[in-house]
Design a protein around this ligand. Structure first.
Ligand code: G3H
Ligand code: 13P
Ligand code: ZN
Length: 305
């Protein structure tokens, strides 16, 4: 069944677990996530980025996501990840998304507040949840900045931001980053900062850039020709600590991508005569599903649907 992020995340924060927000790009990743949720009896957030709207086409990707959510025995929400402007958010609300993120983290505080308020005013009357972001993630991808320019979320500003904007959920920056190369040295989050934020902010919190980059996925991909050996993610123990302190949505994209690429490489290496897309993408879907299920178990959402 199709629900909003708020409906999933308020009980999650209250009861100390988190909903996996898993990024999908196509039929394979979408069905991997949906099947994993049904098998684990877990609520799930289907996360779709603006670049996926361009890659797949909005009507195609939302059509598939609605089919998955409406036919599922577990609650799922369809969420715009890192919405970059008002127009994209409005288009997604119109198309049937049940939650939108407006990422004003690159703007000045006042501009972030104004944009978030505008999206809340547009989305709430239609019953759609809104996520905003405060602080800036470091990292190597488009949505991130150099480590020196990362800004961790200030707890007092977060409290004022939430009160002023009326947003439903808030993404915070506590030392994570997008992509597969998150740390050059010790892999650690600013847990003390999160403690203070969660004392001041009662709405459910969101952790972006939360892939753990499991060693087995790196080894498998590298065995078949990838070059990912310096990749490093967030330790699972840090994720668990964050969930115990109010994080109710954990975003994972990179780990699913790693699962995909390792499997595709393995099939193409071991079966050089294979050219049926289903035989190449089928095992990739299975590995993505395995990773999605492991997140549901780790975040404590398994069995909660
Ligand atoms: O945080 C961003 C997600 O990993 C989506 O990335 O824009 O390459 O689809 P993407
Ligand atoms: P990862 O790159 O750590 O998977 O983060 C994904 C994310 O934050 C999507 O919004
Ligand atoms: Zn993100």
């Amino acid at each position: 069944m199709l629900v909003t992020n708020k409906e999933l995340m308020v009980p999650a924060r209250k009861n100390g677990y988190a909903i996996p927000a898993l990024n999908v790009q196509n039929l394979e990743s979408l069905t991997a996530v949906a099947q994993a949720a049904v098998e684990e009896k877990s609520p799930v957030i289907i996360a779709i980025s603006p670049s996926v709207l361009k890659y797949a086409g909005l009507p195609y990707i939302v059509g598939m996501a609605k089919t998955a959510a409406q036919s599922a025995t577990v609650p799922m929400s369809i969420h715009l990840d890192h919405g970059e402007d008002f127009e994209t958010a409005a288009k997604c609300v119109e198309a049937g998304f049940t939650s939108v993120m407006i990422d004003g983290s690159f703007l000045k505080l006042e501009e972030n507040i104004a944009l978030t308020k505008k999206v809340v005013a547009m989305a709430h009357p239609k019953g759609v949840s809104v996520e905003a972001e405060l602080g800036r993630l470091a990292g190597v991808e488009e949505r991130s900045v150099e480590e020196k320019d990362a800004i961790l979320t200030d707890p007092e500003t977060a409290k004022d931001f939430v009160e002023e904007t009326g947003v439903d959920t808030l993404a915070v920056a506590i030392g994570t980053s997008h992509g597969a190369y998150k740390f050059k040295s010790e892999a650690k989050l600013d847990i003390e900062r999160l403690k203070v934020i969660s004392q001041k902010v009662q709405i459910p919190l969101v952790l972006h850039g939360a892939s753990s980059v499991p060693q087995w996925l790196i080894e498998k991909a590298d065995k078949y020709g990838a070059q990912l050996s310096n990749a490093k993610g967030i330790p699972e123990t840090e994720i668990k600590k964050a969930i115990s302190l109010g994080i109710a949505k954990v975003n994972v994209d990179t780990d699913l991508r790693l699962a995909f690429t390792g499997s595709v490489r393995e099939v193409l290496t071991n079966s050089p005569k294979e050219f049926d897309p289903r035989k190449i993408l089928g095992p990739a879907r299975e590995t993505m599903k395995q990773v999605a299920k492991s997140k549901m178990q780790l975040f404590g959402s398994a069995g909660k649907a």
